[in-house]
Design a protein around this ligand. Structure first.
Ligand code: NAD
Length: 285
């Protein structure tokens, strides 16, 4: 099945990045956010990121203009799902929110439409069970920042069929990404391995082992990571990190995944990382 129109639900950190790569790859994009303000911010971010690509000569002004032209903003997910070949959901990492949205999308989208989730940790099998088309529900886990990062972790739920998986593997390649197929288990591969490391770095900070810069420098220079775990947590969003750790802790039932109390405290304070201007580092200005 060839996909020409993609509806991206959520215009935040991930949703605007996914809309960006779909539009630059020639797809018609419907970008949806229930918040008009978030939608406008998302569109402005896409334009700013495309400007950077033009400056780096990775794109011409004409290509930028036609990519932006292919993005149509919506505030109603049901309306935007009508006639789409694929819907990619990128709303906050809260299971109830996603379940409700998938019920809505299942009613609104044509029977052949594939429904994908960009979830970092919520079970694709459980999301799919809320729909009448579990074989067409799949995980399409992009990495942040989407225009830069090559990986798409393609997650098969228990009922996802081969045709759906093949279509999403092909589409990811068409978007210039490298898809990797994995099965549906808490945190998949990426976050099952990454989040315990980030959590441990936050415990080290809380216990006074070292300052944030020191922890990140050890991991960058010592382990050859391009970015330290605390800076990466700020990039991902501390609310998102907390939600993922809660899923791992609950679903795998092992205390090694318990979220660090300091992470809970920062999330409760609204110190969410880059997107709020403050996390383990300060991003004001
Ligand atoms: P975000 O908070 O930046 O953006 C979410 C957006 O969804 C907001 O703009 C919000 O207004 C909108 N929204 C909320 N409910 C909605 C609804 N019912 N319909 C339409 N829009 C709605 O979140 P994010 O960081 O972009 O994360 C989105 C998803 O991607 C999460 O599942 C997250 O786990 C996953 N993810 C995040 C990262 C990351 O690094 N941030 C990486 C990979 C995957």
């Amino acid at each position: 099945m060839t996909i020409n129109t993609v509806t991206v639900v959520g215009g935040g950190t991930m949703g605007n990045g996914i809309s960006h790569v779909c539009a630059t790859s020639g797809l018609e994009v419907r970008m949806v956010d229930i918040s008009q303000e978030a939608l406008e911010r998302g569109l402005a971010t896409i334009e700013k990121n495309m400007d950077r690509q033009v400056r780096k000569e990775r794109m011409t002004e004409e290509e930028k203009a036609s990519a932006l032209d292919r993005i149509t903003p919506f505030t109603d997910p049901a309306q935007a799902a009508e006639g789409a070949g694929l819907v990619v959901e990128a709303i906050p990492e809260r299971a109830e929110l996603k379940y409700e949205l998938f019920r809505t999308l299942d009613e609104a989208a044509p029977a052949e439409t594939i429904l994908a989730s960009n979830t970092s940790s919520i079970s694709i099998t459980e999301i799919a069970a809320r729909t009448q088309r579990p074989e067409k529900v799949i995980g399409m886990h992009f990495m942040n920042p989407v225009p830069v990062m090559k990986l798409v972790e393609v997650i098969r739920g228990l009922a996802t069929d081969d045709e759906t998986t093949g279509t999403i593997m092909d589409l990811s390649t068409r978007l210039g990404k490298t898809p990797v197929e994995v099965n549906d288990f808490p945190g998949f591969v990426s976050n099952r391995v990454l989040m315990p490391m980030i959590n441990e770095a936050i415990f080290a900070l809380m216990e006074g082992v070292a300052e944030p810069e020191a922890i990140d420098t050890v991991m960058k220079l010592g382990m050859n990571h391009p970015m330290g775990p605390l800076a990466l947590a700020d990039l991902i969003g501390l609310d998102t990190c907390l939600s993922i750790l809660e899923v791992l802790h609950r679903e795998l039932g092992d205390d090694r995944y318990r979220p660090c109390p300091l992470l809970r405290k920062y999330a409760a304070a609204g110190w969410l990382g880059r997107k709020s201007g403050r996390g383990f580092y300060n991003y004001d200005g």
